[in-house]
Design a protein around this ligand. Sequence first.
Ligand SMILES: Cc1cc2nc3c(=O)[nH]c(=O)nc-3n(C[C@H](O)[C@H](O)[C@H](O)COP(=O)(O)OP(=O)(O)OC[C@H]3O[C@@H](n4cnc5c(N)ncnc54)[C@H](O)[C@@H]3O)c2cc1C
Length: 458
Amino acid sequence: MSRVQFRGEPCSHLSSLCDTVGVRLSDWDVLIIGAGVSGLSAFRALSRAGLRVACLEARERIGGRIETIHDPASPVPIELGAEFIHGRAAEIWDLVNLRHLTVYDCEEHAVHWAGGRFQRGEDSWEKISGILDEIKLRAGTKQDRTFASFLDQSPYPQNLRQWVTSYVEGFNAARADVVGIASLAEDARAADKIDGGHSFRILNGYDAVPAALIDGIEHIEKTLRLCSVVETIQWEPGSARIHVRSTLTGERYVMQARRVILTVPLGVLQAGPDENGAIRFDPEPAEVLRAARELQFGQVFRLVLRFQHAFWEERPELAKAGFLLSQEPMFPTWWTTLPVHSPILTGWSAGPHADELAGKSRVEIVRQSLSTLRNITGLTPAMLEAAYFHNWSSDPFSRGAYSYVPAGALPAREKLAGPVGDTLYFAGEATNLDGYSATVHGAIASGTRAARQVLQQR
Ligand SMILES: Cc1cc2nc3c(=O)[nH]c(=O)nc-3n(C[C@H](O)[C@H](O)[C@H](O)COP(=O)(O)OP(=O)(O)OC[C@H]3O[C@@H](n4cnc5c(N)ncnc54)[C@H](O)[C@@H]3O)c2cc1C
Protein backbone atom coordinates (compact mmCIF):
# COMPACT_ATOMS: atom_id res chain seq x y z
CA MET A 1 0.00 0.00 0.00
CA SER A 2 0.99 3.57 -0.50
CA ARG A 3 2.12 5.64 2.44
CA VAL A 4 -0.87 7.87 1.78
CA GLN A 5 -4.44 6.62 1.71
CA PHE A 6 -6.25 8.72 -0.90
CA ARG A 7 -9.50 6.83 -1.51
CA GLY A 8 -12.32 8.28 0.51
CA GLU A 9 -9.98 10.65 2.26
CA PRO A 10 -10.20 13.72 0.13
CA CYS A 11 -8.27 16.88 0.20
CA SER A 12 -9.79 18.80 3.08
CA HIS A 13 -6.36 19.33 4.60
CA LEU A 14 -5.17 21.21 1.53
CA SER A 15 -6.54 24.69 2.01
CA SER A 16 -3.85 26.38 -0.02
CA LEU A 17 -0.90 24.89 -1.84
CA CYS A 18 0.78 28.25 -1.58
CA ASP A 19 0.73 28.22 2.22
CA THR A 20 1.39 24.55 2.76
CA VAL A 21 4.52 24.18 0.71
CA GLY A 22 5.78 27.72 1.23
CA VAL A 23 6.15 28.79 -2.40
CA ARG A 24 4.51 31.58 -4.34
CA LEU A 25 1.70 30.64 -6.74
CA SER A 26 3.85 31.52 -9.71
CA ASP A 27 6.62 29.29 -8.50
CA TRP A 28 5.30 26.07 -9.99
CA ASP A 29 7.48 24.83 -12.80
CA VAL A 30 4.80 22.43 -13.99
CA LEU A 31 1.16 21.77 -13.18
CA ILE A 32 -0.17 18.37 -14.22
CA ILE A 33 -3.90 18.00 -14.83
CA GLY A 34 -5.23 14.54 -14.04
CA ALA A 35 -3.98 11.87 -11.60
CA GLY A 36 -4.57 8.82 -13.77
CA VAL A 37 -1.47 6.75 -14.52
CA SER A 38 -0.27 9.11 -17.27
CA GLY A 39 -0.42 12.16 -14.98
CA LEU A 40 1.17 10.25 -12.12
CA SER A 41 4.04 8.96 -14.26
CA ALA A 42 4.77 12.54 -15.41
CA PHE A 43 4.48 13.68 -11.77
CA ARG A 44 6.95 11.01 -10.66
CA ALA A 45 9.48 11.77 -13.42
CA LEU A 46 9.39 15.56 -12.93
CA SER A 47 9.52 15.37 -9.14
CA ARG A 48 12.55 13.10 -9.39
CA ALA A 49 14.17 15.62 -11.74
CA GLY A 50 13.83 18.24 -8.99
CA LEU A 51 11.13 20.41 -10.59
CA ARG A 52 8.46 22.13 -8.51
CA VAL A 53 5.46 20.25 -9.72
CA ALA A 54 1.86 19.82 -8.54
CA CYS A 55 -0.94 17.59 -9.81
CA LEU A 56 -4.63 18.59 -9.91
CA GLU A 57 -7.26 15.86 -9.96
CA ALA A 58 -11.03 16.32 -10.26
CA ARG A 59 -11.99 13.12 -8.46
CA GLU A 60 -11.42 12.34 -4.79
CA ARG A 61 -9.09 9.49 -5.68
CA ILE A 62 -6.11 8.82 -7.90
CA GLY A 63 -6.06 6.24 -10.71
CA GLY A 64 -8.63 7.67 -13.18
CA ARG A 65 -9.81 4.81 -15.39
CA ILE A 66 -8.27 2.33 -12.94
CA GLU A 67 -10.82 1.87 -10.17
CA THR A 68 -10.61 -1.08 -7.80
CA ILE A 69 -13.15 -1.94 -5.13
CA HIS A 70 -11.78 -3.91 -2.18
CA ASP A 71 -15.01 -5.44 -0.91
CA PRO A 72 -14.44 -7.68 2.11
CA ALA A 73 -17.34 -9.83 0.88
CA SER A 74 -15.53 -10.56 -2.39
CA PRO A 75 -12.73 -13.14 -2.63
CA VAL A 76 -10.90 -11.00 -5.23
CA PRO A 77 -10.62 -7.25 -5.80
CA ILE A 78 -13.34 -5.92 -8.10
CA GLU A 79 -12.11 -3.95 -11.11
CA LEU A 80 -14.47 -1.36 -12.57
CA GLY A 81 -11.96 -0.02 -15.12
CA ALA A 82 -8.75 -1.64 -16.32
CA GLU A 83 -8.31 -5.26 -15.26
CA PHE A 84 -5.72 -6.90 -17.52
CA ILE A 85 -2.04 -6.33 -17.97
CA HIS A 86 -1.66 -6.85 -21.71
CA GLY A 87 1.75 -8.41 -22.29
CA ARG A 88 5.06 -7.63 -20.71
CA ALA A 89 5.52 -3.89 -21.06
CA ALA A 90 8.28 -2.59 -18.77
CA GLU A 91 6.07 0.37 -17.73
CA ILE A 92 3.95 -1.97 -15.63
CA TRP A 93 6.25 -4.86 -14.88
CA ASP A 94 8.93 -2.60 -13.35
CA LEU A 95 6.28 -1.39 -10.88
CA VAL A 96 5.05 -4.94 -10.29
CA ASN A 97 8.58 -6.00 -9.40
CA LEU A 98 9.34 -2.91 -7.37
CA ARG A 99 6.25 -3.35 -5.22
CA HIS A 100 6.39 -7.18 -5.15
CA LEU A 101 2.85 -7.41 -6.50
CA THR A 102 1.27 -10.79 -7.14
CA VAL A 103 0.44 -11.26 -10.79
CA TYR A 104 -1.12 -14.32 -12.39
CA ASP A 105 -1.77 -15.51 -15.94
CA CYS A 106 -5.40 -15.33 -17.04
CA GLU A 107 -7.12 -18.48 -18.23
CA GLU A 108 -7.40 -17.94 -21.98
CA HIS A 109 -9.60 -20.93 -22.83
CA ALA A 110 -12.65 -19.42 -24.56
CA VAL A 111 -16.01 -20.99 -25.31
CA HIS A 112 -18.24 -19.68 -28.10
CA TRP A 113 -22.00 -19.87 -27.83
CA ALA A 114 -23.37 -20.07 -31.37
CA GLY A 115 -26.21 -21.82 -33.13
CA GLY A 116 -27.65 -23.04 -29.83
CA ARG A 117 -24.50 -24.87 -28.74
CA PHE A 118 -21.06 -24.33 -27.29
CA GLN A 119 -18.00 -24.49 -29.51
CA ARG A 120 -14.36 -24.50 -28.59
CA GLY A 121 -13.06 -20.94 -28.90
CA GLU A 122 -9.56 -21.96 -29.92
CA ASP A 123 -10.58 -22.91 -33.49
CA SER A 124 -12.27 -19.60 -34.18
CA TRP A 125 -9.47 -17.74 -32.41
CA GLU A 126 -6.94 -19.20 -34.83
CA LYS A 127 -9.02 -17.94 -37.75
CA ILE A 128 -9.51 -14.52 -36.17
CA SER A 129 -5.79 -14.10 -35.55
CA GLY A 130 -5.18 -15.15 -39.17
CA ILE A 131 -7.31 -12.19 -40.30
CA LEU A 132 -5.49 -9.83 -37.94
CA ASP A 133 -2.17 -11.10 -39.32
CA GLU A 134 -3.37 -10.28 -42.82
CA ILE A 135 -4.22 -6.75 -41.69
CA LYS A 136 -0.74 -6.37 -40.21
CA LEU A 137 0.75 -7.26 -43.59
CA ARG A 138 -1.60 -5.28 -45.80
CA ALA A 139 -2.51 -2.13 -43.93
CA GLY A 140 -0.66 1.03 -44.92
CA THR A 141 -1.08 4.48 -43.43
CA LYS A 142 -1.49 6.12 -46.86
CA GLN A 143 -4.53 4.17 -48.01
CA ASP A 144 -6.35 3.50 -44.82
CA ARG A 145 -9.88 2.10 -44.77
CA THR A 146 -12.36 0.96 -42.21
CA PHE A 147 -12.29 -2.54 -40.82
CA ALA A 148 -15.82 -3.11 -42.17
CA SER A 149 -14.78 -2.19 -45.72
CA PHE A 150 -11.71 -4.43 -45.43
CA LEU A 151 -14.00 -7.32 -44.47
CA ASP A 152 -16.51 -6.49 -47.23
CA GLN A 153 -13.78 -7.02 -49.79
CA SER A 154 -12.48 -10.20 -48.18
CA PRO A 155 -13.30 -13.82 -49.07
CA TYR A 156 -14.14 -14.82 -45.47
CA PRO A 157 -17.42 -16.58 -44.72
CA GLN A 158 -20.20 -14.60 -43.04
CA ASN A 159 -19.99 -16.27 -39.63
CA LEU A 160 -16.24 -15.69 -39.39
CA ARG A 161 -16.76 -12.03 -40.33
CA GLN A 162 -19.27 -11.77 -37.53
CA TRP A 163 -16.91 -13.23 -34.95
CA VAL A 164 -13.93 -11.14 -36.00
CA THR A 165 -16.13 -8.01 -36.03
CA SER A 166 -17.28 -8.78 -32.49
CA TYR A 167 -13.68 -9.28 -31.43
CA VAL A 168 -12.40 -6.04 -32.97
CA GLU A 169 -15.37 -4.00 -31.73
CA GLY A 170 -15.23 -5.54 -28.26
CA PHE A 171 -11.48 -5.23 -27.72
CA ASN A 172 -11.13 -1.76 -29.20
CA ALA A 173 -14.50 -0.38 -27.99
CA ALA A 174 -14.84 0.70 -31.60
CA ARG A 175 -17.31 0.58 -34.47
CA ALA A 176 -16.15 -1.64 -37.34
CA ASP A 177 -17.49 0.88 -39.85
CA VAL A 178 -15.35 3.67 -38.33
CA VAL A 179 -12.08 2.18 -36.99
CA GLY A 180 -9.22 2.21 -39.50
CA ILE A 181 -7.09 -0.84 -40.27
CA ALA A 182 -3.88 1.24 -40.27
CA SER A 183 -4.13 1.82 -36.52
CA LEU A 184 -5.30 -1.75 -35.88
CA ALA A 185 -2.20 -2.98 -37.70
CA GLU A 186 0.08 -0.57 -35.83
CA ASP A 187 -1.35 -1.67 -32.48
CA ALA A 188 -1.10 -5.37 -33.38
CA ARG A 189 2.57 -5.01 -34.44
CA ALA A 190 3.33 -3.15 -31.21
CA ALA A 191 1.54 -5.82 -29.15
CA ASP A 192 3.69 -8.51 -30.80
CA LYS A 193 6.80 -6.83 -29.39
CA ILE A 194 5.62 -7.22 -25.80
CA ASP A 195 3.83 -10.58 -25.98
CA GLY A 196 0.59 -8.56 -25.94
CA GLY A 197 -1.62 -11.58 -26.62
CA HIS A 198 -0.82 -12.81 -23.14
CA SER A 199 -2.93 -11.33 -20.31
CA PHE A 200 -2.31 -11.13 -16.58
CA ARG A 201 -4.19 -9.88 -13.52
CA ILE A 202 -2.90 -8.28 -10.35
CA LEU A 203 -4.12 -10.19 -7.32
CA ASN A 204 -3.58 -7.12 -5.13
CA GLY A 205 -5.89 -5.09 -7.41
CA TYR A 206 -4.94 -2.80 -10.32
CA ASP A 207 -5.03 0.23 -8.01
CA ALA A 208 -1.62 -0.96 -6.77
CA VAL A 209 -0.19 0.50 -10.01
CA PRO A 210 -1.17 4.16 -9.46
CA ALA A 211 -0.22 3.70 -5.79
CA ALA A 212 3.23 2.51 -6.89
CA LEU A 213 3.64 5.53 -9.15
CA ILE A 214 3.26 8.04 -6.31
CA ASP A 215 5.32 6.09 -3.83
CA GLY A 216 8.35 8.12 -2.79
CA ILE A 217 7.24 11.47 -4.25
CA GLU A 218 8.20 14.08 -1.67
CA HIS A 219 5.55 16.43 -0.21
CA ILE A 220 2.89 14.40 -2.03
CA GLU A 221 0.29 15.27 0.61
CA LYS A 222 0.70 18.88 -0.44
CA THR A 223 1.41 18.72 -4.13
CA LEU A 224 -1.25 16.22 -5.17
CA ARG A 225 -4.54 18.05 -5.01
CA LEU A 226 -7.69 15.93 -5.22
CA CYS A 227 -11.29 17.21 -5.68
CA SER A 228 -9.85 19.95 -7.91
CA VAL A 229 -11.63 20.45 -11.21
CA VAL A 230 -9.68 22.47 -13.75
CA GLU A 231 -12.16 24.72 -15.57
CA THR A 232 -10.07 27.15 -17.60
CA ILE A 233 -6.49 27.48 -18.78
CA GLN A 234 -5.33 30.96 -19.77
CA TRP A 235 -1.90 30.83 -21.23
CA GLU A 236 0.82 32.53 -23.21
CA PRO A 237 4.25 31.15 -24.05
CA GLY A 238 6.06 30.40 -20.79
CA SER A 239 3.16 31.07 -18.44
CA ALA A 240 -0.27 29.62 -17.66
CA ARG A 241 -3.04 30.52 -15.20
CA ILE A 242 -5.15 27.53 -14.22
CA HIS A 243 -8.65 28.22 -12.89
CA VAL A 244 -9.68 25.51 -10.46
CA ARG A 245 -12.93 24.66 -8.65
CA SER A 246 -12.87 22.63 -5.45
CA THR A 247 -15.69 20.07 -5.37
CA LEU A 248 -15.22 19.96 -1.61
CA THR A 249 -15.80 23.60 -0.75
CA GLY A 250 -17.09 25.07 -4.03
CA GLU A 251 -14.22 27.58 -3.77
CA ARG A 252 -12.64 28.80 -7.02
CA TYR A 253 -9.00 29.83 -7.20
CA VAL A 254 -6.16 30.31 -9.68
CA MET A 255 -2.79 28.62 -9.85
CA GLN A 256 0.11 29.66 -12.00
CA ALA A 257 2.89 27.70 -13.65
CA ARG A 258 5.42 27.93 -16.42
CA ARG A 259 4.18 24.74 -18.06
CA VAL A 260 1.12 22.53 -17.99
CA ILE A 261 0.77 18.83 -18.80
CA LEU A 262 -2.82 17.87 -19.63
CA THR A 263 -3.64 14.20 -19.18
CA VAL A 264 -7.45 14.35 -19.24
CA PRO A 265 -9.20 11.67 -21.33
CA LEU A 266 -9.92 12.31 -25.00
CA GLY A 267 -13.64 12.50 -24.13
CA VAL A 268 -12.96 15.49 -21.88
CA LEU A 269 -10.91 17.25 -24.57
CA GLN A 270 -13.76 16.67 -27.04
CA ALA A 271 -16.46 18.02 -24.69
CA GLY A 272 -18.16 21.33 -25.46
CA PRO A 273 -16.85 24.26 -23.34
CA ASP A 274 -19.94 24.45 -21.12
CA GLU A 275 -20.15 20.75 -20.26
CA ASN A 276 -19.31 19.58 -16.74
CA GLY A 277 -15.64 18.56 -16.53
CA ALA A 278 -14.70 20.26 -19.81
CA ILE A 279 -11.72 22.59 -19.92
CA ARG A 280 -11.88 26.01 -21.61
CA PHE A 281 -8.69 27.36 -23.15
CA ASP A 282 -7.72 30.96 -23.71
CA PRO A 283 -6.43 30.98 -26.40
CA GLU A 284 -7.53 27.63 -27.84
CA PRO A 285 -4.80 25.25 -29.01
CA ALA A 286 -6.79 24.91 -32.23
CA GLU A 287 -4.72 22.21 -33.92
CA VAL A 288 -4.75 19.96 -30.86
CA LEU A 289 -8.50 20.31 -30.33
CA ARG A 290 -9.12 19.65 -34.04
CA ALA A 291 -6.98 16.50 -33.77
CA ALA A 292 -8.95 15.44 -30.67
CA ARG A 293 -12.19 15.72 -32.64
CA GLU A 294 -10.78 13.61 -35.51
CA LEU A 295 -10.20 10.71 -33.12
CA GLN A 296 -12.94 8.65 -31.46
CA PHE A 297 -13.57 7.88 -27.85
CA GLY A 298 -15.05 4.39 -27.54
CA GLN A 299 -17.81 3.40 -25.13
CA VAL A 300 -17.86 0.37 -22.82
CA PHE A 301 -20.35 -0.98 -20.31
CA ARG A 302 -18.59 -3.30 -17.94
CA LEU A 303 -20.49 -5.07 -15.18
CA VAL A 304 -19.14 -7.32 -12.45
CA LEU A 305 -21.61 -9.78 -10.92
CA ARG A 306 -20.95 -11.68 -7.69
CA PHE A 307 -23.18 -14.74 -7.25
CA GLN A 308 -23.76 -17.06 -4.33
CA HIS A 309 -21.83 -19.75 -6.19
CA ALA A 310 -20.23 -20.31 -9.61
CA PHE A 311 -23.41 -21.72 -11.18
CA TRP A 312 -21.97 -21.85 -14.73
CA GLU A 313 -19.53 -24.54 -13.60
CA GLU A 314 -22.51 -26.92 -13.54
CA ARG A 315 -22.02 -27.17 -17.31
CA PRO A 316 -18.86 -29.17 -18.06
CA GLU A 317 -18.22 -27.05 -21.21
CA LEU A 318 -18.01 -23.92 -19.03
CA ALA A 319 -16.27 -25.25 -15.96
CA LYS A 320 -12.78 -24.42 -17.28
CA ALA A 321 -13.67 -21.40 -19.42
CA GLY A 322 -11.79 -18.14 -19.03
CA PHE A 323 -14.04 -16.43 -21.59
CA LEU A 324 -17.59 -16.98 -22.76
CA LEU A 325 -18.29 -15.35 -26.12
CA SER A 326 -21.60 -14.95 -27.95
CA GLN A 327 -23.40 -12.81 -30.50
CA GLU A 328 -25.97 -11.49 -28.01
CA PRO A 329 -26.83 -7.82 -28.63
CA MET A 330 -26.08 -6.77 -25.05
CA PHE A 331 -23.21 -8.19 -23.01
CA PRO A 332 -22.02 -10.62 -25.71
CA THR A 333 -18.74 -11.20 -23.83
CA TRP A 334 -18.18 -12.59 -20.34
CA TRP A 335 -15.18 -13.75 -18.39
CA THR A 336 -14.48 -15.62 -15.19
CA THR A 337 -11.62 -15.02 -12.75
CA LEU A 338 -9.95 -18.36 -13.54
CA PRO A 339 -7.45 -19.69 -12.69
CA VAL A 340 -8.59 -18.10 -9.41
CA HIS A 341 -11.90 -19.75 -8.54
CA SER A 342 -14.62 -17.32 -7.50
CA PRO A 343 -18.38 -16.84 -8.01
CA ILE A 344 -17.69 -13.72 -10.09
CA LEU A 345 -18.46 -13.03 -13.74
CA THR A 346 -17.67 -9.89 -15.68
CA GLY A 347 -19.88 -8.81 -18.58
CA TRP A 348 -18.55 -6.60 -21.37
CA SER A 349 -20.52 -4.55 -23.91
CA ALA A 350 -18.40 -2.31 -26.12
CA GLY A 351 -18.65 -0.30 -29.34
CA PRO A 352 -22.12 -0.66 -30.93
CA HIS A 353 -23.14 -3.08 -28.15
CA ALA A 354 -22.62 -0.27 -25.64
CA ASP A 355 -25.08 1.93 -27.58
CA GLU A 356 -27.79 -0.58 -26.74
CA LEU A 357 -27.27 0.11 -23.03
CA ALA A 358 -26.83 3.89 -23.13
CA GLY A 359 -29.48 5.68 -21.08
CA LYS A 360 -30.62 2.54 -19.26
CA SER A 361 -30.82 2.56 -15.46
CA ARG A 362 -28.46 0.48 -13.33
CA VAL A 363 -31.30 -1.93 -12.48
CA GLU A 364 -32.22 -2.36 -16.16
CA ILE A 365 -28.57 -3.01 -17.03
CA VAL A 366 -28.27 -5.72 -14.38
CA ARG A 367 -31.59 -7.26 -15.42
CA GLN A 368 -30.48 -7.29 -19.06
CA SER A 369 -27.17 -8.91 -18.17
CA LEU A 370 -28.89 -11.69 -16.21
CA SER A 371 -31.23 -12.45 -19.06
CA THR A 372 -28.26 -12.63 -21.47
CA LEU A 373 -26.50 -15.01 -19.10
CA ARG A 374 -29.60 -17.17 -18.96
CA ASN A 375 -29.65 -17.29 -22.80
CA ILE A 376 -26.06 -18.25 -23.26
CA THR A 377 -25.56 -20.66 -20.39
CA GLY A 378 -28.99 -22.25 -20.53
CA LEU A 379 -28.96 -22.04 -16.72
CA THR A 380 -30.82 -19.97 -14.19
CA PRO A 381 -28.18 -17.77 -12.56
CA ALA A 382 -27.57 -18.43 -8.85
CA MET A 383 -28.65 -15.77 -6.39
CA LEU A 384 -26.95 -12.47 -7.18
CA GLU A 385 -25.11 -11.11 -4.14
CA ALA A 386 -23.71 -7.93 -5.64
CA ALA A 387 -23.40 -6.03 -8.91
CA TYR A 388 -20.54 -3.56 -9.35
CA PHE A 389 -20.65 -0.97 -12.08
CA HIS A 390 -19.20 2.39 -13.02
CA ASN A 391 -20.77 4.31 -15.88
CA TRP A 392 -17.69 5.65 -17.66
CA SER A 393 -19.86 7.15 -20.42
CA SER A 394 -21.81 9.48 -18.15
CA ASP A 395 -18.86 10.24 -15.85
CA PRO A 396 -17.94 13.87 -16.70
CA PHE A 397 -14.25 13.17 -16.06
CA SER A 398 -13.96 10.33 -18.57
CA ARG A 399 -16.97 10.56 -20.97
CA GLY A 400 -16.21 7.12 -22.35
CA ALA A 401 -13.75 4.27 -22.07
CA TYR A 402 -10.76 4.65 -24.36
CA SER A 403 -9.67 6.07 -27.70
CA TYR A 404 -9.51 4.59 -31.16
CA VAL A 405 -8.51 5.88 -34.58
CA PRO A 406 -11.00 6.20 -37.46
CA ALA A 407 -9.83 5.34 -40.98
CA GLY A 408 -7.46 8.02 -42.25
CA ALA A 409 -7.06 9.74 -38.86
CA LEU A 410 -3.75 8.25 -37.70
CA PRO A 411 -1.85 11.58 -38.12
CA ALA A 412 -4.29 13.18 -35.65
CA ARG A 413 -2.76 11.17 -32.81
CA GLU A 414 0.63 12.74 -33.50
CA LYS A 415 -0.88 16.23 -33.50
CA LEU A 416 -2.58 15.49 -30.18
CA ALA A 417 0.78 14.58 -28.63
CA GLY A 418 2.60 17.69 -29.87
CA PRO A 419 3.51 20.48 -27.39
CA VAL A 420 1.93 23.90 -27.94
CA GLY A 421 4.05 27.03 -27.52
CA ASP A 422 6.46 25.14 -25.26
CA THR A 423 3.83 25.64 -22.57
CA LEU A 424 0.99 23.12 -23.03
CA TYR A 425 1.91 19.44 -23.23
CA PHE A 426 -0.52 16.59 -23.79
CA ALA A 427 -0.34 13.07 -22.40
CA GLY A 428 -2.81 10.25 -21.71
CA GLU A 429 -3.52 6.98 -23.46
CA ALA A 430 -4.91 8.68 -26.60
CA THR A 431 -1.56 10.40 -27.20
CA ASN A 432 0.54 7.23 -27.20
CA LEU A 433 2.41 7.02 -30.51
CA ASP A 434 3.97 3.58 -30.05
CA GLY A 435 0.85 1.52 -30.75
CA TYR A 436 -0.11 1.23 -27.08
CA SER A 437 -3.00 3.69 -26.87
CA ALA A 438 -6.07 2.53 -24.92
CA THR A 439 -3.94 0.66 -22.41
CA VAL A 440 -2.47 1.29 -18.98
CA HIS A 441 1.11 0.77 -20.11
CA GLY A 442 0.52 3.13 -23.07
CA ALA A 443 -0.84 5.79 -20.72
CA ILE A 444 2.15 5.47 -18.38
CA ALA A 445 4.55 5.75 -21.33
CA SER A 446 2.77 8.89 -22.58
CA GLY A 447 3.21 10.58 -19.20
CA THR A 448 6.91 9.78 -19.16
CA ARG A 449 7.20 11.11 -22.71
CA ALA A 450 5.49 14.41 -21.79
CA ALA A 451 7.83 14.76 -18.79
CA ARG A 452 10.79 14.24 -21.12
CA GLN A 453 9.46 16.90 -23.51
CA VAL A 454 9.23 19.36 -20.60
CA LEU A 455 12.73 18.55 -19.37
CA GLN A 456 14.17 19.03 -22.85
CA GLN A 457 12.79 22.58 -22.90
CA ARG A 458 14.33 23.61 -19.58
C1 LIG B 1 -13.92 -0.21 -18.56
C2 LIG B 1 -12.45 -0.09 -18.95
C3 LIG B 1 -11.68 -1.23 -19.03
C4 LIG B 1 -10.34 -1.14 -19.37
N1 LIG B 1 -9.57 -2.27 -19.39
C5 LIG B 1 -8.24 -2.18 -19.59
C6 LIG B 1 -7.41 -3.32 -19.40
O1 LIG B 1 -7.88 -4.39 -19.04
N2 LIG B 1 -6.07 -3.17 -19.62
C7 LIG B 1 -5.51 -1.98 -19.99
O2 LIG B 1 -4.29 -1.91 -20.18
N3 LIG B 1 -6.28 -0.87 -20.15
C8 LIG B 1 -7.62 -0.94 -19.93
N4 LIG B 1 -8.40 0.18 -20.02
C9 LIG B 1 -7.79 1.44 -20.46
C10 LIG B 1 -6.98 2.11 -19.32
O3 LIG B 1 -7.76 2.11 -18.15
C11 LIG B 1 -6.64 3.53 -19.72
O4 LIG B 1 -5.97 3.53 -20.97
C12 LIG B 1 -5.72 4.24 -18.71
O5 LIG B 1 -6.08 3.96 -17.38
C13 LIG B 1 -5.80 5.73 -19.00
O6 LIG B 1 -4.96 6.45 -18.13
P1 LIG B 1 -4.83 8.03 -18.37
O7 LIG B 1 -3.94 8.55 -17.32
O8 LIG B 1 -4.49 8.30 -19.79
O9 LIG B 1 -6.32 8.59 -18.19
P2 LIG B 1 -7.25 8.59 -16.89
O10 LIG B 1 -6.98 7.40 -16.08
O11 LIG B 1 -8.63 8.81 -17.37
O12 LIG B 1 -6.75 9.87 -16.07
C14 LIG B 1 -7.15 11.18 -16.41
C15 LIG B 1 -7.52 11.90 -15.12
O13 LIG B 1 -7.93 13.24 -15.45
C16 LIG B 1 -8.93 13.60 -14.53
N5 LIG B 1 -9.70 14.73 -15.05
C17 LIG B 1 -10.59 14.74 -16.07
N6 LIG B 1 -11.09 15.97 -16.27
C18 LIG B 1 -10.50 16.78 -15.34
C19 LIG B 1 -10.59 18.16 -15.03
N7 LIG B 1 -11.40 19.00 -15.72
N8 LIG B 1 -9.84 18.67 -14.00
C20 LIG B 1 -9.01 17.84 -13.29
N9 LIG B 1 -8.88 16.53 -13.55
C21 LIG B 1 -9.61 15.99 -14.57
C22 LIG B 1 -9.75 12.34 -14.41
O14 LIG B 1 -10.55 12.34 -13.22
C23 LIG B 1 -8.69 11.25 -14.41
O15 LIG B 1 -8.30 10.88 -13.10
C24 LIG B 1 -9.75 0.13 -19.66
C25 LIG B 1 -10.54 1.28 -19.56
C26 LIG B 1 -11.88 1.17 -19.20
C27 LIG B 1 -12.71 2.43 -19.09
